[in-house]
Write a protein that binds this ligand. Structure first.
Ligand SMILES: Cc1cc2nc3c(=O)[nH]c(=O)nc-3n(C[C@H](O)[C@H](O)[C@H](O)COP(=O)(O)OP(=O)(O)OC[C@H]3O[C@@H](n4cnc5c(N)ncnc54)[C@H](O)[C@@H]3O)c2cc1C
Length: 400
């Protein structure tokens, strides 16, 4: 919080002008800090009489930035395997660490098992210099409370200047709590990360205002600088089995594992098994299908091409297909070799999730549909005429 020393304050209002969030008002010649305050500290710096002070973890960290060095990623490990985004984070983290001239580490939490051991090696083979491994039976299942406490403890101990995590269901659920415990900022859903050379600041770029602008966010005062990154946005490094690294066991203090909730069992839901992010060919349907039965046709096309079916949000919102199939800003980011968009207009929020596809084919009866601006091949016409012909041609060529 911001503390106001009433004796020292001269009531000049410099803090009101300095606040980028319009969170301060003057009342009886004293500043009143409102709910919009983000603890950025601009008012503290602007106060000519040093009457404002940052209290809490923010204050503790100010001025001690040089103690924080290195880049750390949170390695998501579930159901005996690393989430692919963890390896993608290592790719992004390696670039940042090389630019800063610091080591790259990975924090791995789970229960000790052969798969957990293999995950440590895999992290090193994909770019980590050090793996901090916290193994305990109570970490076998993800629990927000336990994971928050352990990751916070690892970060406090090793003090990386940058922490990256996947913007997955798990990352989104507990990384904000870690940032809060550390008094750090957090930029969610970044699509680009870089370093500002002059002050080592992490430049965190993400879509804002419904994807209409790209905002680059900097956390100048606090360490670590924390960001989540969506799966399939960054590229993982090629596997290098000759890479050597250090594995450090992080001793889990039992009093950190006192979660009020207890996870009894964790099962993979059927819907989760639809991993459109790993498919090389995706056939996506939108509102232009006009009927849930349209997906039966798209499934046939996907089948003859050994691909999977994806969808726009309009199709998901209509209840034609479950959410795990959704591509876009509030769905999944995909980068298949081939993306066939059928009856999808190409709204910016959809394109944000598929524009990295190697080849994009769009089928739409509106020749002015925005999807054609990102498509490599455009077929103007009724999808119910075009798709059956594609199925027939491809089946014939493949001998099916
Ligand atoms: C904050 C926010 C987040 C969002 N997140 C997402 C997201 O993650 N993913 C997403 O997809 N959207 C998202 N949206 C919604 C997005 O703005 C669009 O509304 C949505 O993508 C439209 O889906 P659509 O292209 O299927 O439908 P429409 O825009 O209605 O397009 C249907 C298209 O089908 C064509 N068509 C109709 N009949 C036929 C036919 N027989 N043959 C061929 N073509 C035909 C039409 O010409 C039209 O171009 C988001 C919106 C907001 C505000």
């Amino acid at each position: 919080m911001i503390l106001v020393d009433q004796e020292t304050c001269v009531g000049c209002g410099a803090c009101v002008d300095a606040c980028p969030f319009a969170a301060i008002e003057m009342a009886d010649e004293l500043p009143v800090i409102g709910h919009a305050c983000t603890l950025c500290g601009a008012c503290v710096d602007a106060c000519p009489s040093a009457a404002l002070k940052l209290d809490g973890p923010v204050r503790e960290q100010r001025g001690g930035q040089e103690a924080w060095r290195g880049v750390m990623i949170f390695a998501e490990f579930r159901h005996g395997r690393l989430a692919p985004v963890s390896l993608e984070l290592l790719g992004a983290g390696r670039h940042l660490a090389n630019t800063l001239g610091v080591p790259l580490s990975a924090a791995l939490l789970g229960a000790d098992a052969p798969e957990f051991q293999a995950a440590k090696q895999s992290l090193i083979h994909h770019g980590a210099d050090t793996v901090y491994a916290a193994a305990d039976p109570d970490l076998a299942h993800f629990s927000e409370e336990n994971y928050t406490r352990i990751l916070t403890a690892i970060i406090r101990r090793y003090q990386p200047e940058i922490v990256l995590a996947g913007a997955t269901a798990i990352g989104r659920s507990f990384i904000p709590a870690v940032a809060t415990h550390l008094g750090a900022g957090l930029t969610a859903d970044c699509t680009d990360l870089d370093i500002r050379q002059e002050d080592r600041a992490l430049l965190q770029t993400r879509p804002a205002f419904g994807g209409n602008i790209m905002a680059t966010i900097v956390c100048p005062d606090m360490r670590p600088q924390m960001a989540t990154v969506r799966p399939k946005v960054m590229r993982e490094l090629p596997l290098d089995e000759s890479r050597q690294g250090e594995i450090v066991a992080f001793t889990v203090e039992k009093d950190l594992l006192s979660a009020r909730g207890r996870v009894v069992e964790s099962v993979v839901a059927e819907a989760d098994q639809v991993n459109i992010q790993e498919a090389e060919i995706l056939v996506a349907g939108g509102r232009g299908l006009d009927d849930p039965k349209g997906f039966q046709l798209l499934r046939q096309l996907a089948e003859v091409m050994s691909g999977k079916v994806a969808a726009s949000r309009a199709a998901v919102d209509a209840g034609w297909i479950p959410y795990p199939h959704q591509v876009g800003q509030t769905g999944k980011t995909v980068a298949p070799k081939l993306y066939i968009a059928c009856g999808i207009s190409g709204a910016i929020q959809h394109v944000a999730g598929m524009q990295s596809s190697e080849t994009i084919v769009a089928i739409n009866r509106d020749p002015h549909a925005p999807i054609f601006e990102v498509a490599d091949y455009g077929l103007v016409g009724d999808l119910y005429e075009i798709v059956p012909k594609l199925i027939a041609q491809i089946s014939e060529r493949r001998g099916k």
